[in-house]
Design a protein around this ligand. Sequence first.
Ligand code: PEP
Length: 233
Amino acid sequence: MIYAANFKTNNTKAYTKEYIDKLSNFLKANNIKDEVFVFPTFCSLDSYEVPKNLTIGAQNAYPAKNGSFTGEIGLEQIDEFGIKTLLIGHSERREIFGETQEFIAKKFNFFKELGFKIIYCIGESKEIRDEGETLEYLWSEFDGIDLEYDNLIVAYEPIWAIGTGVSATKEDIDEVLSALRTKVKAPLLYGGSVKSSNINEVLSVKDCDGVLVGSASWRVESFCDIIKEGVKA
Ligand code: PEP
C-alpha cells in the first residue's frame, strides 16, 4: 500500500524535520515496508535522511530549469535536494491557481521526460457529480497525460470530500476506481478526508492501492496512526 501526506501550506521547517525524524523512526521500529511519501512546503524541503521506503516530494514545481516565474520553484531548486517526486494536478492548483489542463499536461510532460515519479491528481466537484458527469470529467483530466508512464501514480480525490471531514463512501470510491482501472495500470490512490477511523474501509476497496492524505497527515502522530491502522488490514 501507498501512504502519501500532503502538507499543503502547513508546518514549519523545524516541525517538518521533527515530523520526518519521527515518521522515519516509526517506520523502522514497526518494520513497515509500505511506500510512504511526504510532500512538505517548498521552504521545508531539505536533504533528509530517510528509510528507503520513505520519499520526500515537492507539492509543485514550474516546468522549467529556472527563469522568471515569480513565486514558483523550478527543476534547479528541487534538484538541490535530490527531489524526484512531484504532485501534479491537485484540485487546489486547478481551482485556486487556475491551472488549466493544457498547463498541467505541459508540467506533466516536462517532469516525465526527466523520469520523475508523478502523483497525478484528478477529481470532480459536487456539481459535476450531481449532474452524473463524474467519469466524463475525470477522463478529460487525463487529456495530454501519458497513462502508460512507468513512474505514474494516480490519485482520485473528489473535491467535495477534500477537507470536509466527510469521505466518499466505499461504494463511491469503488465505482470510480474500478472504472479508472479499465484505463489505468498505475497504482490508484484515494484522497478526501481519509483518517485513521476510515482507512480500513478505504483500503478495502478492490482497486485502491493507497491513500493521499491532507489534513489528517499534518501531525505526525495522526499520520502514523493512519499507517498503523492501514497495515493491520
Ligand atoms: C488533499 O487535499 O489532497 C486531501 C486529501 O485533503 P484532506 O485529506 O484534508 O481531505
